[in-house]
Ligand binder design. Sequence first.
Ligand code: ARG
Length: 252
Amino acid sequence: MKNIKKWMAVVLVGVMVFAFAACGQNKVVYKVAMEPTFPPFDTTDTETGELSGFDVDMMEAIAADQGFELEWANMSFGGLITALQSGNIDIIASGMNASPARREKVDFSETYYDSGLVVAVKAGNKTITSIKDLTPDMKVGGQIGTTGADKCNELQKAGKIKEAKIYDGLDVAMMDLQNGTIDALINDLPVTKAYMTAKPGTVEIVGDVLNAESYGIAVKKGNKELLDKINTGMKNIKENGTFDKLYSKWFE
Ligand code: ARG
């Protein structure tokens, strides 16, 4: 009788260990995408070549809190929403403004960062001191699919500039701003600031912030299960100090 009990205990422990191991292996994996020329939110680690940035750290912290795993993909910003709608990816974490227009196509988490667009020029440019100084002979750059590109297209349509030059990556757009290919670049304030810090004396911000944006994490319309996890995870990492820690890591 004693022996049977012993064996039952051994078997029970064995089953439990097996169940735990199986649990670990069965963690759901979500595909998350970003466009990585958007520091400090979305960038590539210079040493490892891996995607990195505030968005990566924040999403990984949310995933750890909620017990899911992430598989990261690098995509053109202009392709993110279609990829989400078609089910190629599950999550967009890419400094994306949760705008009313986008809310018609995808669902957003609670927003996590307040931002806005600014005009940047080559350092030392005396002609352009604000968006009002842009003239119909000028070329202005923006990144494909972004609110900055929308602004450029709007200026071109209104005849206020000659050309809206739309770039795939902001790294190339910044180079073109420095070498005079474009007269100005319209992009998010914290990101243009990050480029300025990385390469002091190359470009500068002129005039006021043009609009108000708030970044959110996007999921496919109706994917309430995942959206709830992201919102709960975000709330938890805000309450337990992780969010603030990551914020100081990337912004201070
Ligand atoms: N905040 C802007 C927008 O929502 C630009 C975002 C660009 N993000 C990126 N990872 N390149 O359109």
